[in-house]
Design a protein around this ligand. Structure first.
Ligand code: 5AD
Length: 329
């Protein structure tokens, strides 16, 4: 794949009946990662966000959204639930919310790492080098920061007040600090061309990522992009497949967004390169408010139901649930 040219990727993305690349990606996944599917329990602990990204329902200008913040104790309790389910990774995600002091977040990470045998992944947006350093020293193992699109113009259009170069710089910092680093994009964004998607795939390869999240864009009615069409599952699956070829050893989730545009979206993603699934472990009472896009799946499930459906999904594909951390813990 290192020899994959942009034109070739575009050709694959364009081709309508190309099931071969999906199959090929599935065998590369099998060869490099085996049949294990890694489970990451995600806790969405605050939906406050100081940013105003055009695509996201949590954007600060969305006054219709009921906002919530979980306390450190509530977050810890939710982490205990993840432990009870024997999931070995806890992902803490939020909007960009400066309400939590860095000491508080570090204290929480330390407590989780001390009392629960798990890997901790953070997904809390753009922070300073020093903050990333403190969180790493507190014990955080991994960090997710999607670049969303590798096209600079589209990036600044979609993320006012954010700079593409700064985003990439942060991914470098995180790597230097010893985090396992995750990034990724959205597929089918307004104004996104297949050439841009090919560049995204090349960038994922260049960044040598540990984790790569790819999901379709889903228009949210209370954002400026409400009129646009959602990204198709088909193009998302092709992007996942080509990304697997570009990054044979990466942890690639079958995203909730893929499952939200098609009831079998996550199964299909697991069959063309994905090897991770991220059940929602946010307490029921907050879950519906973490509405980054509409009609997110699992909204009314108890965490237990989510586990059942995830077990069913994995086993029906002839795959098995990984027991280890999936990456360093
Ligand atoms: N559609 C699909 N994915 C979205 N995200 C945010 N808003 C949307 C949307 N409207 C994704 C972004 C972000 C992740 C947490 O959710 O990729 O990084």
């Amino acid at each position: 794949m290192n020899s994959f040219k942009k034109e070739e990727i575009v050709k694959h993305l364009t081709c309508n009946k190309n099931r071969n690349i999906l199959k090929e990606a599935d065998s590369i996944r099998k060869e490099h990662c085996g049949d294990e599917v890694h489970i990451r329990g995600i806790i969405e602990f605050s939906n406050y966000c100081k940013r105003d990204c055009l695509y996201c329902g949590l954007r600060k200008s969305n006054k219709k959204l009921t906002r919530y913040r979980m306390t450190a104790d509530e977050i810890f309790k939710a982490a205990r639930k993840v432990e009870e389910f024997k999931y070995k990774t806890i992902v803490l995600q939020s909007g960009e919310d400066d309400y939590y002091r860095i000491e508080e977040l570090c204290g929480l990470v330390k407590r989780i790492k001390k009392e629960i045998d798990c890997a901790v992944t953070l997904s809390i947006g753009e922070r300073t080098y020093d903050e990333y350093k403190q969180l790493r020293e507190a014990g955080a193992d991994r960090y997710l920061l999607k670049f969303e699109t590798s096209n600079k113009k589209l990036f600044v259009f979609l993320k006012p007040g954010s700079l593409y170069e700064k985003r990439l710089k942060r991914l470098e910092w995180l790597r230097d600090l010893g985090y396992q680093v995750g990034s990724g994009n959205m597929v089918g964004l307004p104004g996104q061309t297949l050439e841009m998607l090919a560049d995204d795939i090349l960038l994922m390869n260049k960044l040598d990522l540990d984790m790569i999240g790819i999901g379709p864009f889903i228009p949210h009615p209370d954002t400026p992009l409400w009129r646009f069409r959602e990204g198709t599952l088909e193009l998302t699956l092709k992007t996942i497949a080509l990304t697997r070829m570009a990054a044979p050893d990466a942890y690639i989730p079958a995203t909730t967004a893929a499952g939200s545009v098609d009831p079998a979206g996550r199964q299909k993603a697991l069959q063309c390169g994905a090897n991770v699934i991220m059940p929602n472990m946010t307490p029921q009472k907050y879950r519906k408010y973490y509405e980054i896009y509409p009609d997110k799946i699992c909204l009314n499930d108890q965490p237990g139901d989510c586990r059942m459906s995830i077990k069913t999904i994995i086993e029906s594909l002839g795959r098995n649930i990984a027991r280890g951390y999936g990456g360093q813990g």
